[in-house]
Ligand binder design. Structure first.
Ligand SMILES: CC/C=C\C/C=C\C/C=C\C/C=C/C(=O)SCCNC(=O)CCNC(=O)[C@H](O)C(C)(C)COP(=O)(O)OP(=O)(O)OC[C@H]1O[C@@H](n2cnc3c(N)ncnc32)[C@H](O)[C@@H]1OP(=O)(O)O
Ligand code: FAD
Length: 672
C-alpha cells in the first residue's frame, strides 16, 4: 500500500523564518545526534528505510477498526523487521539493535506503536541481561532473527508496582526436571505485556520461585506460549488481548494465565541464580535486585525517548506557529504570526530547550549505566544503588515533564492541535503511558528518596557521598545559599533547594519518630515531602548535567552555535528558577528584586531566540514521514494538509450517510 504525497512549495512565512537563521543548523544536528558520523549514519539508515515509501498508509490508522489497525500494524512490522534485519543492522552492527535510530525510523511506519516493539525493546534485552552464556547461545540468535517473538510478562492484574507481591508461581519438580507455572488467582493473571495478546509466541515471565518447599522470591523464566506453526495457544495457556486503551492501540497488550504449565528447568534465566537438577537453589548475584535489570535499562533509555517525543511535538507546534496568523495587534495591520506572541514563545521555547536537556543528559546517563554494568560484570556492585536512584528519578521527571510540555504544544496549536492528523494526540497518549509504565512516577521518586535520605545522613555525619549527591557535602549543614544570578549561581540554588528539602524530610521523619511513630509510619507520613525532595534532586542533576554537557559538546563549535546552545541552556535554568520561586525564597537569599530581574531577563531571552526558533526545530532533522503531522511538515502547507486529511474520513466516502434515511428523516417527519 503506497500513497504519493504531492510536493509543495515551502510556505512563504516558513521560508522567511529560515532566512533569519544565524547559526549552522547541521552543527546543532550533529551535537544532538552525538557527532557528525552519527548524523551521517542516521540519515543513511533513514534513507534505506523510508525512501521506498513503504510506510505510507492510504487510510489513516485512526480510521481503521481495532482489528484492521492491528493487522495493518503487523503487516508494517514485518516489512520493517525485514529492513532492520537485512539492511539496517548491517550498518549499526548487530549489537546495536537498540539503536535510537531504529526506534526513530520505526515512527515513520507506526503513528502508534509496533506490536513487535516489546520484542526488541524488552524481550531481547532480558535475554542479554539475565541469561547464562549457554542460554544466550540458545535463544538470542532465534530472537534476533525473528524465529521466535517475545514479550515481557511481569505485571499482573493485581500487582504492577509491588513486584514482591506477584502471585504467579514457578514450582520446581525434580523428578521431571521441570518448573510448573501456575496462576492461582484471577489477580495473578499477567496483564499489560505489549505484544503478548496476539503476536508473541514466547515471553519472559516473572514468577515466585518455589523449590524444595521454599519460596525464593521472584525470578525470570522463558516460556513458549503458542505453537510456532499454528500459533494456537499451547494447552495450559490462556492468553488474549486486554481491550481498548487510551493509546498503544496497535500494541496488543495482553493477559496470560497458566494452568499447571510445564517448562524445562533450563528455561529459568539463570545468570544471577540457578536451580540445580536436584532442586538446590544457588544464588550467584552480589546484589539482590539484579533481576530487575531490564527495568533499569529501559528507564535509562526512556530519557532519550522523551527527548525524541518532545522534539517531534516542538517541531510541529513551532512550524505551525510560524504559519498561523491570528488577531490584529493594531488596527489595519496584518495579523502577526502567533509565534510572535511572547506567551506562545514561553509555551514552546522551553520544549526545544528541554529536548536538548534530556538528550544531553541521556547520553551522560547511558555512559554512566554502561560503566556501572561493566563494574557489575567484574563483581563490583557498589555503584548500583546510585544508578538505581538516578535512573528512577530521571525516568520519572523526564516522562512527566515531556508529557506536560507536549500538552503545551497541543494547546499552542489551538483547535487544530486537537486533530489526530496533527499527530499531537498520538504523541501525547504514547508519552502519557511512559509516566506509568516501567515504574510509576511517585513510586520511582520514592525509590530515589530512600537513597537521598541515606546520603543526607552520611553527609551530615561528615562522610563523603557519591558523585550525584556530592552537593550534600557542601550544603547539608548550610541554612540558605547566597543568591547569584549567573548560571553557576542558579545551579547551586537548585542544589541548595534539593539539600534543603532532603534535610527537611529527615527532620520530619525524626520528629515523627520522637513523637512515637515507628519508622515505617514516619516515612509514610513524610512521603509527600519525599517525592518533592527527589524531584528537586532530579532537577539539580538535570540543570548541572545539561550545562556541563552543553559546554563540553560545544567546545569546538562555531561562535553562533555556541551562542544559541548557550541561550537554550540559560533559558532552561531561568524557566525552572522562575517555576520554583517559592523554593528559591525558602532556600536561597533571593529577593523580590532579583526575581523581577530574572523574569525580565527571561523575557529578553525569549525575544533573542525568536528569530532562530524555526531553524532550531529544523535542527532536530525530523523527516515528514516521522512527524506524521498535517501541522508540522517541512513545507508548512498546513491548511492544504488539513483539508487533504479531512477528505480521508470514511464519513466523506458518500454524500449522504444511510443513517439519514434510517433515523433522521423519520424523526423529521414525526414517523420515528
Ligand atoms: C527505548 C524504549 C522506547 C520505547 C519503549 C516502547 C515501548 C515500551 C512500552 C512499554 C513497556 C513497559 C514495560 C513495563 O512496564 S514492565 C514492568 C515494569 N514494572 C515496574 O517498573 C515495577 C516498578 N516496581 C519496582 O521496580 C519495584 O517493585 C520497586 C523498586 C518499587 C520496589 O522493589 P522491592 O519491593 O523489591 O524493593 P524494596 O524493598 O522497595 O527495596 C529494597 C532495596 O532494593 C533497592 N532496589 C530496588 N530496585 C532496585 C534496582 N532495580 N536496582 C538496584 N537497587 C534496587 C531499593 O532501592 C532498596 O534499597 P535500600 O533502600 O538500600 O534498602
Ligand atoms: C501502556 C502500558 C504498557 C505496559 N507494558 C507492560 C509490559 O510490557 N510488561 C509488563 O510487565 N508491564 C507492563 N505495563 C505495566 C506497568 O509496568 C504498570 O502499570 C506500572 O508499573 C504501574 O503499576 P500498577 O499499574 O500496578 O499501578 P499501581 O501500583 O496500582 O499504582 C496506582 C497508584 O498507586 C500509587 N502507588 C502504588 N504504590 C505506591 C507506593 N508504594 N507509595 C505511594 N504510592 C503508590 C501510584 O503512584 C499510582 O498513583 C504496561 C503499562 C502500560 C500503561
Amino acid at each position: 500500500m503506497k500513497a504519493n504525497r504531492p510536493k509543495r512549495d515551502v510556505h512563504p512565512d516558513l521560508a522567511r523564518e529560515r532566512l533569519k537563521c544565524n547559526f549552522n543548523i547541521e552543527e546543532v544536528t550533529n551535537i544532538i545526534d552525538g557527532g557528525k558520523d552519527k548524523t551521517l549514519e542516521r540519515k543513511k539508515i533513514e534513507d534505506i528505510a523510508l525512501n521506498n515509501g513503504a510506510c505510507l498508509d492510504e487510510i489513516p490508522d485512526e480510521c481503521l477498526s481495532i482489528k484492521e489497525r492491528y493487522e495493518n500494524a503487523i503487516r508494517k512490522s514485518c516489512i520493517y523487521s525485514n529492513i532492520v534485519r537485512n539492511e539496517m543492522l548491517e550498518i549499526t552492527g548487530m549489537e546495536n539493535f537498540e539503536s535510537p535510530v531504529l526506534r526513530r525510523t520505526a515512527d515513520a511506519f507506526f503513528k502508534d506503536i509496533s506490536p513487535f516493539m516489546l520484542h526488541l525493546g524488552m524481550f531481547v534485552p532480558t535475554l542479554i541481561g539475565q541469561s547464562t552464556p549457554e542460554q544466550m547461545a540458545e535463544w538470542l540468535p532465534k530472537a534476533l532473527d525473528m524465529k521466535i517473538i517475545g514479550a515481557y510478562a511481569q505485571t499482573e492484574l493485581g500487582h504492577g508496582t509491588f513486584i514482591r507481591g506477584l502471585e504467579t508461581t514457578a514450582t520446581y519438580d525434580p523428578d521431571k526436571e521441570e518448573f510448573v507455572l501456575h496462576s492461582p488467582t484471577i489477580t495473578s493473571y499477567k496483564w499489560w505485556a505489549g505484544g503478548l495478546g496476539k503476536t508473541a509466541n514466547h515471553c519472559v515471565v516473572m514468577a515466585q520461585l518455589y523449590t524444595q518447599g521454599e519460596c525464593h522470591g521472584t525470578h525470570l523464566f522463558i516460556v513458549q506460549i503458542r505453537d510456532l506453526d499454528t500459533h494456537m495457544p499451547l494447552p495450559g495457556i490462556k492468553v488474549g488481548e486486554i481491550g481498548p486503551r487510551m493509546g498503544f492501540s496497535s500494541a496488543d497488550n495482553g493477559f496470560l494465565g497458566f494452568n499447571s504449565f510445564r517448562i524445562p528447568r533450563q528455561n529459568m534465566l539463570m545468570k544471577h541464580a540457578k536451580v540445580e537438577k536436584d532442586g538446590c537453589y544457588v544464588k550467584s548475584a552480589k546484589h539482590g535486585k539484579l533481576t530487575y535489570g531490564t527495568m533499569v535499562f529501559i528507564r535509562v533509555t526512556l530519557v532519550s525517548e522523551m527527548s525524541f517525543n518532545l522534539s517531534k511535538a516542538a517541531t510541529i507546534a513551532i512550524r505551525y506557529s510560524a504559519v498561523r496568523r491570528q488577531t490584529e495587534l493594531r488596527p489595519n495591520e496584518p495579523e502577526p504570526q502567533i509565534l510572535d506572541y511572547p506567551t506562545q514563545q514561553h509555551k514552546l521555547f522551553i520544549c526545544i530547550a528541554t529536548a536538548h536537556a534530556f538528550q544531553l543528559t541521556s547520553k551522560w546517563l547511558w555512559d554512566t549505566f554502561q560503566a556501572v554494568m561493566a563494574d557489575v560484570r567484574k563483581g563490583n556492585v557498589d555503584a548500583l544503588p546510585e544508578l538505581h536512584a538516578l535512573s528512577s528519578c530521571l525516568k520519572a521527571v523526564s516522562t512527566s515533564d515531556a508529557l506536560s510540555h507536549i500538552e503545551q504544544c497541543r494547546f499552542a496549536c489551538g483547535g487544530h492541535g486537537y486533530m489526530l492528523s496533527s499527530n499531537l494526540p498520538f504523541i501525547y497518549s504514547f508519552v502519557a503511558a511512559t509516566r506509568t509504565y516501567e515504574g510509576d512516577y511517585t513510586v520511582l521518586l520514592l525509590q530515589t528518596a530512600r537513597f537521598l535520605v541515606k546520603a543526607w545522613e552520611q553527609a551530615e555525619s561528615g562522610n563523603n557521598v557519591t558523585p550525584t549527591v556530592a552537593y550534600l557535602n557542601r550544603t547539608a549543614n548550610t541554612k540558605r545559599v547566597v543568591w547569584d544570578n549567573t548560571h553557576e549561581g542558579i545551579i547551586q540554588s537548585f542544589q541548595a533547594i534539593a539539600a534543603g528539602k532532603i534535610g527537611q524530610c529527615v527532620r520530619s521523619i525524626r520528629d515523627r519518630i520522637k513523637s512515637g511513630m515507628d519508622y515505617e509510619d514516619a516515612w509514610l507520613m513524610t512521603t509527600v515531602q519525599l517525592v518533592a525532595a527527589a524531584e528537586a534532586h532530579c532537577r539539580a542533576v538535570l540543570v548541572n548535567t545539561y550545562w556541563n554537557e552543553m559546554i563540553r559538546l560545544t567546545k569546538s563549535s562555531s561562535a553562533n552555535v555556541k551562542t544559541v546552545m548557550h541561550q537554550l541552556a540559560v533559558l532552561y535554568l531561568m524557566y525552572w528558577a522562575l517555576e520554583k520561586t517559592g523554593d528559591l525564597l525558602k532556600y536561597s537569599s533571593v529577593s523580590k528584586q532579583d526575581l523581577d530581574d530574572l523574569q525580565r531577563r527571561y523575557e529578553e531571552l525569549l525575544a533573542a531566540l525568536r528569530p532562530n526558533a524555526v531553524s532550531l526545530v529544523d535542527a532536530f532533522d525530523l523527516r515528514d514521514e516521522i512527524l506524521h503531522s498535517s501541522l508540522g511538515s517541512y513545507d508548512g502547507c498546513v491548511y492544504e494538509r488539513l483539508m487533504e486529511e479531512a477528505q480521508k474520513s470514511p464519513l466523506n466516502a458518500e454524500p449522504v450517510n444511510p443513517s439519514f434515511h434510517k433515523y433522521i428523516k423519520p424523526l423529521m417527519q414525526g414517523k420515528l
